[in-house]
Every structure is written in C-alpha cells, then in structure tokens.
Design a protein around this ligand. Structure first.
Ligand SMILES: NC(=O)c1ccc[n+]([C@@H]2O[C@H](COP(=O)([O-])OP(=O)(O)OC[C@H]3O[C@@H](n4cnc5c(N)ncnc54)[C@H](O)[C@@H]3O)[C@@H](O)[C@H]2O)c1
Length: 320
C-alpha cells in the first residue's frame, strides 16, 4: 500500500539554517496543538478514574471467547451471560467447552461450543465460516486462550517455545483477521486481547511466556491504530487486558512461594475485565496501580528498576 520512493535530493547533505528554523518552529507549533487538544482529554481521563463512565448495554449481543472451557475464559463467559449475552465458547478441549455451555444455558442465553485449535489459521477460518453461517455476526471477540507456561529459557524445549508463540501470539492475529472483516462491514464490534502484566513488566522465570505477552500488547496497539487510521475508531473498539497473577489453576497458586501481592481471584477478575470492556477501556491493567507503578519505574535507570524488583516486588522466592 505504501511505497518508499527514492529521494531526488538523496546524497545532498546541505540544509539551510532557515529550513532548520522552520522545521523546529513547525514541530513546536504541533506540540502546542497536542497540549491544547490533549489537556481536556487528560482532565476527563483522570476524572473517569474516580467517576467511571456508564457501562454499555450488551444484552442480546454475541460474544466469542477463545479458551472459554476453563479458568478465566469460563468466568468471562459466565459474566457476559449474566448480562444477557449469547456466548460462543471456543476451546481445543471440547468437553470443557461443552461444560461451560451447559452452565451458560442455565442463565437462559444461547451458548455454542466449538472445538478449535486457535493456533491453526485453517481451523480459525473454518470457525469463522461456521459461526457466520450458523450463529451470526460476532459483536465482541475475546482472545483469551493461552498457554500459561513459566520456566527459564534454558529449561524450555523448542516445541514448548513454538507452541507458546503459536497459541499466545498467532491465535490473536488469526481470529482478529477473520472476524474483523464482518465487523468492518457492520461498522461495529469489539476486539479484546487477554495479555498479562508480564507483557508490560518482564518475568525472568517465564521468558517465552513474557515475550508472547509483549507481542500481544504490540499487536493490540497496532490494530487499535489501524482501526483509527481507517476511520473505524469510534465503531470498532479494542481492549488490551493486562492482569497480575490469577488463581485460575493450582500450579499457578503453587508457583509463587510467598507472593508480596495476593493473587487475583478468577470471578472477580472476570467481572473487572467485562466492566472495563463495557467502558471501552483501551488498556486495562489489573490491579490498576501496577500499570502506573511499572510506567513510573521505567522512567528510572535499570539498576533502580532492579532495586524495585528486589525490595518491593520480591517475586524471586519461587517454589521451582
Ligand atoms: N492465570 C494467570 O495468572 C494469568 C494472568 C494473566 C493473564 N493470564 C492469561 O489469561 C488467559 C487464560 O488463562 P487461564 O489461567 O485461564 O488458563 P487456563 O489454562 O486455565 O485456560 C486456558 C484455556 O485455553 C484453552 N486452550 C489452550 N490452548 C488452546 C488452543 N490452542 N486452542 C483453543 N483453546 C486452547 C485450554 O483448553 C483452556 O480451556 C491466558 O491468555 C493467560 O495468559 C493468565
């Protein structure tokens, strides 16, 4: 779409002082514009931290959740259903997806289970065809399926690293690619990426996992900007979710010997995530102070960041 043309002036290095002066002046004018337009947005943003905006109405809408058979995905499915949403549960484990669907139907909503390996583009494409033919368009796509895999790099096998990258990164690209087209056609939709705090703050005991979550954050940032660039910014929303550890499985609970901060509970985290989605939050860190803490910490030299890890976060005391 975009091509870089050879510059006719290539090779010439002389720039007149007037040109430099004008360039600096225009940049300064643009900075003033950003401050002028940005200040009211900042004030509203801070105000909304104390007085949250109303949740958007989603009753009757269709939500598709990958990895909805267990853990956080299951809890998200139940929360959406309690708000009147119909839910499509996609999981590599069909029995688990069907169990979630049975629970959803008790909430008097429509529920559909699909067995799909979301790391496979072919399977995701077939899922999209089936869903659009048999259920209808998807209003909210929740990319939740993921391998929660903690180990040092030298202990991580090549196949495990590949699988983590395929499930945790590629699945987001495939599902978004196939479901976005219909959202663009309908000029409505919401794409949610379940990332992790380890996508903002590197986990040294989970190098590949952490890497995969940094990629999810990058993907969500890029797709958000693509939608804005193409004029869909107000029609198709995005939410990138970065939670701290959640007690979804016993091995996660056992992994941290003496966590400084208590693990999040699954149901409450699901509620906070759904509310963030319904407020059209673009980045949702849970708990919120972690996000702010990480951003402040990154302003300081690495050695100071390491002191924060050693004295404040203190997660090095692992059971492994
Ligand atoms: N548990 C945590 O501490 C934590 C913290 C932050 C973020 N997260 C993220 O939340 C998401 C859910 O984590 P969880 O703890 O509920 O995990 P979980 O293992 O309890 O559930 C993951 C689900 O995804 C399914 N799944 C795995 N691979 C799949 C594939 N290839 N195709 C389709 N489905 C597949 C599994 O069958 C399972 O039902 C993950 O993306 C994880 O990275 C978890």
């Amino acid at each position: 779409m975009f091509r870089v043309e050879a510059d006719a002036t290539e090779g010439s290095t002389k720039v007149s002082p007037i040109r430099v002066f004008l360039d600096v002046l225009f940049v300064l004018i643009d900075i003033v514009k950003v401050i002028w337009y940005g200040l009211p947005i900042l004030v509203i943003h801070i105000f909304r931290k104390f007085v949250p905006s109303k949740l958007k109405e989603v009753s009757g809408q269709t939500v598709l959740i990958t990895g909805g058979g267990n853990g956080l995905g299951r809890a998200l499915a139940l929360d959406f259903a309690s708000r009147g949403c119909n839910v499509i549960v996609v999981d590599i484990d069909l029995a688990a997806a069907e169990r979630t669907c049975a629970e959803l139907k008790r909430k008097r909503v429509a529920a559909y289970a699909y067995r799909v390996d979301v790391s496979s583009y072919e399977q995701v494409e077939a899922l999209s065809d089936n869903v659009h033919k048999n259920v209808g368009p998807v209003d909210i796509l929740v990319n939740n399926a993921g391998l929660v895999y903690f180990d040092f790099l030298h202990n991580t096998s090549v196949s495990m690293a590949n699988r983590t990258i395929d499930i945790n990164i590629k699945s987001h690209v495939w599902t978004t690619k196939v479901f976005l087209e219909k959202m663009m056609e309908r000029k409505r939709g919401h794409i949610v990426g379940i990332s992790s705090m380890s996508g903002m703050y590197a986990f040294p005991w989970a190098v590949v996992y952490s890497t995969s979550k940094y990629a999810v954050n990058g993907f969500m940032a890029a797709i958000t900007e693509q939608l804005r660039l193409q004029g869909y910014g107000d029609q198709i929303q995005t939410t990138c979710v970065c939670p701290y550890y959640i007690a979804t499985r016993n091995d996660i609970v056992d992994f941290l010997k003496k966590p400084r901060f208590k693990l999040l509970t699954t149901e409450r985290t699901a509620r906070v995530i759904v509310e963030g989605i319904l407020r059209n939050e673009v980045i949702l860190a849970i708990p919120p102070f972690f996000d702010l803490g990480v951003r402040i910490m990154q302003l300081f030299p690495v050695k100071i960041q390491q002191l924060v890890r050693d004295y404040i976060i203190r997660e090095y005391e692992l059971n492994s």
